[in-house]
Design a protein around this ligand. Structure first.
Ligand SMILES: [Zn+2]
Length: 147
């Protein structure tokens, strides 16, 4: 998938749910078309792409909650909890489980104490992610939204 510049929040939520969705806050001339030609399905707030790419999914709602539902239905996605929080929200790449040494070196002690496993690493931006209050909040939102 590739999202247009209006769909940053939607893209973030789809990444939270583990989906591969490319997003940039601005696209140089032709960049979005190139991504579509590589096989990414376009998601757009406007009708502009429809002429060239008939399979564009037009997102109608302004509210991110409804946008997520539109995308899930429109793309025929089947939300799978085991995929949630497995992708970097910033880089859109799959996270890898951090090894023991790596965790000791890069993760605060209190986090290691509370979460001896489940610490994931992004090879692209070098961030570490672990279960915590931030993730809990996102999880609760998804549940509120009916996923
Ligand atoms: Zn990253």
């Amino acid at each position: 998938m590739v999202a247009d510049t209006m769909l940053g929040r939607l893209a973030r939520w789809l990444r939270i749910m583990g989906y591969d969705i490319h997003f940039q806050s601005s696209y140089p001339e032709g960049a979005m078309h190139a991504l579509i030609q590589e096989g990414r399905r376009p998601l757009s707030r406007g009708q502009g792409l429809q002429r060239l790419f008939p399979d564009v999914l037009i997102i109608h709602s302004n509210r991110v909650e409804n946008q997520v539902h539109e995308a899930v239905q429109g793309l025929g996605l089947v939300p799978d909890r085991s995929r949630w929080f497995t992708r970097c929200l910033v880089c859109n790449v799959p996270l890898t489980e951090a090894g023991f040494e790596e965790r000791l070196e890069n993760v605060p002690d209190y986090v290691l104490y509370e979460n001896p496993s489940g610490i994931r690493h992004c090879a692209c931006c070098s961030r570490y992610f672990w279960p915590g209050t931030h993730r809990e909040k996102m999880l609760r939102k998804l549940e509120e939204w009916g996923f």
